[in-house]
Design a protein. Structure first.
Length: 426
């Protein structure tokens, strides 16, 4: 993508011949499809992202790692190139389109951000046909990045529900600039890594034309063990961003790893963090003025059954759903957290928790207790996961399974709340 161009998902199989043209996926089991088949690809797939457009189309994306490793790290083949590939489904995941490249790296690009695009995150606007795709970009890894030589943050935009995409907008300087002189020692950020998977769009907070977007990111500073994780938000569908709660010296979480954001039923913001050494940490931003994004963060917590002994250090997804509690017949809110149910990278499944009403839902101590283990999807090797609720009420769940050759099969499952909770909620 070294010139301004539009990529058609309907007619272009892939750019530059670097991606295989795959036929319609075959259903592996009921409600399950291997969307990106790593076992049959010489180039590994990793890092799933998923969204559903307002017209019902599912968009599934992931890394196609020509470099055979994380973005910014040249592997034994000496290459840095990573592409982001995508498939779409118009029947809730039963069948999928051919694979297309929506962001293609160029090993020989002069502009460094164009060398590789990876770790995608997605959101489809709830009121228009706009879709936003964020990619980490360039040939510098997060751990080696500096303020002068950063890992890039590039946003691609579709105005037609994911059929065509623009050339991307690099917002690296904007995002890094938030933290200049604001960190300990009047320092600046060296590494910033916007987390892959689902970009969260508010159900309630709308400023102007769009409902608010949120992305979480870890931030590292050279010479310091931990800075932590921050959340940025956008009121113009990703064209500009601000730091939620401000770029303070004390981060909302000390976890400093891939993290996700969800909205509570009262409009407050829940942060779910992958702890560097394993486990999950949670914090809540409580609004005093949601429209102006004014409020404060609470004190983060780690649930007793989500420590490093129970949960691998892994990127998962947090989702809030209104459901019916079978035992009482009442409508309640339920939080779902996907993650390996293991200290190892295997056994991807769910924790779930009924969310209390009123002010208690924004009390971080609420998020320390009450989590229950739900459905385990597999006993096999498995890793990153993401999900959205579809317009048919089921969950579109996309996760990594069966690791080999530096990648994983990217597997789609259509799931009901009843399946996830063993029939306790539906």
């Amino acid at each position: 993508m070294n010139c301004k161009l539009i990529i058609s998902m309907l007619f272009v199989a892939c750019l530059g011949g670097a991606c295989p043209a795959l036929s319609y996926a075959q259903q592996a089991t009921a409600n399950e499809v291997i969307v990106f088949n790593n076992a049959e690809s010489p180039i590994p797939y990793r890092i799933p992202a998923i969204a559903q457009t307002r017209r019902g189309t599912l968009l599934a994306a992931c890394d196609y790692r020509v470099s055979k490793t994380d973005i910014g790290w040249g592997n034994q083949n000496g290459l840095f190139q990573v592409n982001v590939v995508m498939r779409s489904s118009d029947d809730h995941g039963l069948t999928w389109s051919d694979t297309v490249c929506v962001a293609r790296g160029n090993e020989h690009a002069v502009e460094r951000r164009r060398i590789a695009y990876g770790d995608p995150s997605l959101v489809a606007d709830r009121t228009s046909d706009e879709v936003l795709l964020h990619c980490v970009a360039g040939n510098v890894g997060y751990q080696r990045a500096t303020r002068r030589d950063p890992q890039h943050a590039v946003f691609f935009r579709s105005m037609d529900g994911g059929k065509t995409w623009d050339d991307g907008t690099d917002l690296t300087e904007m995002i890094y600039g938030f933290y200049d002189g604001k960190l300990p020692g009047s320092g600046q950020a060296d590494g910033i890594f916007l987390t892959s998977g689902r970009i969260m769009q508010s159900r309630y907070v709308k400023v102007g034309k769009y409902y608010r977007l949120y992305i979480a990111h870890p931030l590292r500073q050279q010479g310091r063990d931990r800075i932590g994780t921050y959340v940025i938000y956008s009121d113009d569908f990703g064209r500009s961003w601000q730091v939620l709660g401000g770029a303070t010296m004390v981060a909302p979480s000390t976890a400093q790893d891939e993290s996700k954001v969800e909205e509570l039923p009262n409009g407050d913001v829940l942060l779910s963090c992958r702890e560097l050494t394993g486990g999950r940490k949670f914090n809540v931003f409580s609004y005093t003025n949601a429209r102006k994004a004014i409020g404060r963060w609470g004190q983060e917590v780690m649930p007793d059954n989500m420590t490093a002994h129970e949960v691998n250090a892994c990127n998962g997804e947090i989702l809030m759903l209104q459901v019916r509690k079978v035992a009482t017949g009442k409508r309640v809110w339920l939080a779902l957290q996907s993650v390996p149910l293991s200290a190892n990278r295997d056994s991807v499944g769910f924790f779930y928790k009924e969310v209390p009403s009123g002010k208690r839902m924004s009390d971080t101590q609420t998020w320390k207790h009450g989590w229950q283990r739900g459905l385990r999807l597999t006993d096999r090797s498995s890793c990153y996961s993401t999900m959205v609720r579809m317009d048919n009420g089921r969950l579109a769940f996309l996760y990594e399974r069966d690791g080999r050759n530096g990648g994983y099969d990217i597997v789609y499952r259509s799931l009901s709340v009843s399946e996830i909770t063993g029939g306790k909620y539906e």
